[in-house]
Design a protein around this ligand. Sequence first.
Ligand SMILES: Cc1ncc(COP(=O)(O)O)c(C=O)c1O
Length: 401
Amino acid sequence: MTIDLLDKFDPLIEQRAALLDTGLTDPFSLVMERVESPTVAICNGKRVTLLGTYNYMGMTFDPDVIAAGKQALDEYGSGTTGSRVLNGTYAGHKACEEALKDFYAMDHAMVFSTGYQANLGIISTLAGKDDYVILDVDSHASIYDGCALGNAQIVAFRHNDVDALEKRLNRLPAETGKLVVLEGVYSMLGDVAPLNEMVAVSKAAGAMVLVDEAHSMGFIGANGRGVAEAQGVIDDVDFIIGTFSKSVGTVGGFCVSNHPKFEILRLVCRPYVFTASLPPSVVATAATSIRKLMHGSNKRAHLWENSKRLHGGLKALGFTLGTEEPQSAIIAVIMPDLAKGAAMWEALLAEGLYVNLARPPATPANMTLLRCSLCADHSSEQVEEIIAMFEAAGRAIGVLA
Ligand SMILES: Cc1ncc(COP(=O)(O)O)c(C=O)c1O
């Protein structure tokens, strides 16, 4: 008898079928037929404002970024067909790593094919079988997967709870390797970690610290280096992980560090060695974008304005939000349940707005969320229109009185 290995997904298949049987548009198979700008696209045949792209700094249509990509495509071809440690390191990969070193003012930078692989590779290479990874329970999947790949002992602590982190650390044997893994901004609720306290507690317990700044790069901190910079602890962080798929506006991942032995990781990190490197056009767009983000203070200021305007507007309407005050470019609107959340998502699309629908297990505390990610290219008028669309959809669905 063959055991059908897909049987375990039956509950999910049934839940999805039940939702679609109500006539709902599938929130997880939307097609972007045309993209006009970082903030406008044609989705499922309709022109919509984009509010769920993580394209925080609007770099995807920057003329210099596009020109760099086209030139690299012409000069180096469409792909490297090779690993970074064999035939897959071109001048463009080194230039991209130089741009990262300058952006973060750090000694070393290693570019991976995605941010997922950067976490997978760095965490699994640093923390092996007898080491401990101490992580926030709401950590991104790539962080959990990095622990699993390295067979590290996982110790999770309550989300953003400094005391819980300290207690967990103090219970661990003194003689073992410890890596505390934190995120600057947690992407589900858009809340920021108290890195200043957490880094201090971790260092006092003899742990090394890695911070994933995927959702803060380019935006948070005086130079856009992230929450660790904003809270004055970047010099105490051993490793920063990031992605090119958000503020940088393309695809790829990286780790930067001042650790003197960092370069050895290139030879021992499996998700760096055993995969093809990014195409030359991608690293050229990334390097150009990163260098432009160094001078992005006006855009950063406008993005903060947008975040405050949207948060204030939605709160005034009576929506329950993921944070009391705006803390990042992510504003999460908490829905009462999946059915209402999916209906609201569809009503917003009908109004002309695209947001992300997030549901368990990706969300904390079994919440259904409409996650909004703002862009520096959203005008103030667009943000006002977005608030009006939330009001209309909320009243139509009965989420607002
Ligand atoms: C916190 C965090 N880390 C890492 C990643 C992975 O980034 P990438 O899209 O480059 O694989 C994401 C993406 O969603 C993320 O939110």
